[in-house]
Design a protein around this ligand. Structure first.
Ligand code: DAH
Length: 344
C-alpha cells in the first residue's frame, strides 16, 4: 500500500468518524463510535496493522498520519462527550427546580416520656440526699417478691397482688420491694438506695390501672434510724417535688414488710389544701406507702434487727407523673403519641 492510499483511507475514516460523532445523541453511542474506530478491532487500528505493507522509508510519515488522525478523532469524541454531559446536566437542573415556597421538612426529634421526666426528678432529689440508684430483675423469684417481704404462701396480700406466674417459683414482680430484700442480703451496710422499675399485676386497663406500671422503691438501713428520719426525709421529698409549701400527713396503714406502716398524703398543690376538684374536695392527695423495716424481714435477709433499723417507701411513678403534669388518664402514658408526649 502506498502512503497516498493510506492518506485517502485515513481521510475517509476521519470523515466517517466525524459523521458518527455528530450523529450520536447519547454517551452510549459515542462510546460505540469510539470502539468502532479506535478499539482493538477498529478501523484506525486496522490501518496501523497494515503498516507492515508500507515501504520502510514511508513508515514514519504514515505513522505520523495515523497518530494525527487518532488525535483528531479523540479530540472530537471528547468535545462531543463533554457537550453532551453539559446538556444532560442542564436538563436535569431544569427538571429539578427548587420550589422555595414548599414547606420545609421538619426533623421530629423525640421527646422524653413524662414517666422519665418524673423519674429523673425523683432520682435527682434522692441522689442529692446521698441515695444510690439500684435495679433488680423484672422476672423475680416468689421468694423475693413475697416470702422475704413477710408475705408467706397464704397471706391475703398475695391476692391483692395477683400477677403472672412463669412457674410456681417465678413471677413477674408485683412491686419493686423485692429489690430491698436483694440489697439487704448482699450484706453491704449501711444502705441508702432508690430502686425504680417496671412491675406487673393482673389488673384490667382503665384510667388508673394497667397490668404493667412502674414503682420507685426506697430503703435506708443504718444504726439508730427512726420514724422521725422517715418523716423528715419524705416530707422534704414532697416539698422538693411539689413545692415548698407542701404539707405532709402520715396515716396508719398496713404493709407486711414494714412495722409500723403508713401512707403519706401531700397537701393538694392545686388548691393548697382548701379542697378542689383535683383533690376531690379533701385537700390531700395520697402519694406513697412507707414504714419501718419489719424485724422479721431483717432476719430473713441476714441483718440483726437489734443492731440495725431502717425505713422503706414505695411510690407509683405513673401516679407522680399524672399528678405533676395533671394528666387525667393513665392510658395516655402508654400510647406514646408524639402530640401528647411533646407537651411536657
Ligand atoms: N410495695 C408496696 C405496694 O406495691 C408499696 C410499699 C409500701 C413499698 C410500703 C414500701 C413500703 O417499701 O415500705 O403496694
Amino acid at each position: 500500500m502506498s502512503d497516498v492510499n493510506i492518506k485517502e483511507k485515513l481521510e475517509s475514516i476521519l470523515n466517517e468518524a466525524v459523521k458518527k460523532i455528530e450523529e450520536s445523541d447519547v454517551p452510549e453511542k459515542l462510546n460505540e463510535a469510539r470502539i468502532n474506530i479506535l478499539g482493538k478491532k477498529g478501523q484506525l487500528t486496522a490501518v496501523l496493522k497494515s503498516m507492515k505493507d508500507v515501504e520502510p522509508e514511508d513508515r514514519p510519515k504514515v505513522g505520523q498520519m495515523v497518530n494525527e488522525a487518532r488525535e483528531k478523532i479523540e479530540g472530537k469524541l471528547e468535545a462531543a462527550l463533554s457537550e453532551m454531559e453539559r446538556k444532560i446536566r442542564e436538563e436535569k437542573m431544569k427538571a429539578e427546580v427548587i420550589d422555595v415556597t414548599l414547606p420545609a421538612k421538619k426533623n421530629n426529634i423525640g421527646h422524653r416520656h413524662p414517666n422519665t421526666i418524673a423519674l429523673e426528678e425523683v432520682e435527682r432529689i434522692f441522689v442529692g440526699m446521698g441515695y444510690e440508684v439500684m435495679e433488680g430483675p423484672e422476672i423475680e423469684y416468689d421468694l423475693y417478691n413475697f416470702e422475704k417481704l413477710n408475705i408467706p404462701a397464704n397471706h391475703p396480700a398475695k391476692d391483692e397482688q395477683d400477677t403472672f406466674y412463669v412457674n410456681k417459683d417465678i413471677v413477674l414482680r408485683t412491686q419493686t420491694s423485692p429489690i430491698q430484700a436483694r440489697v439487704m442480703e448482699s450484706g453491704k451496710l449501711p444502705i441508702r438506695m432508690l430502686a425504680p422499675g417496671r412491675v406487673f399485676r393482673a389488673d384490667e386497663v382503665d384510667a388508673t390501672h394497667s397490668p404493667s406500671f412502674h414503682q420507685i422503691e426506697g430503703l435506708v438501713v443504718d444504726k439508730n434510724i427512726t420514724f422521725a428520719d422517715l418523716k423528715g426525709t419524705l416530707a422534704e421529698f414532697a416539698r422538693e417535688l411539689f413545692g415548698e409549701n407542701t404539707k405532709t400527713k402520715f396515716r396508719p396503714h398496713h404493709f407486711p414488710f414494714t412495722e409500723p406502716s403508713a401512707e403519706m398524703d401531700v397537701s393538694c398543690f392545686k388548691c393548697g389544701g382548701t379542697g378542689c376538684r383535683f383533690c376531690k374536695g379533701s385537700g390531700w392527695i395520697e402519694i406513697l406507702g412507707c414504714g419501718m423495716v419489719h424485724p422479721h424481714v431483717f432476719e430473713m435477709c441476714g441483718i440483726d434487727p437489734d443492731e440495725y433499723t431502717g425505713f422503706a417507701f414505695g411510690v407509683g411513678l405513673e401516679r407522680i407523673a399524672l399528678l405533676k403534669y395533671e394528666i387525667d388518664d393513665m392510658r395516655l402514658l402508654y400510647e406514646n403519641d408524639y402530640r401528647f408526649l411533646k407537651q411536657f
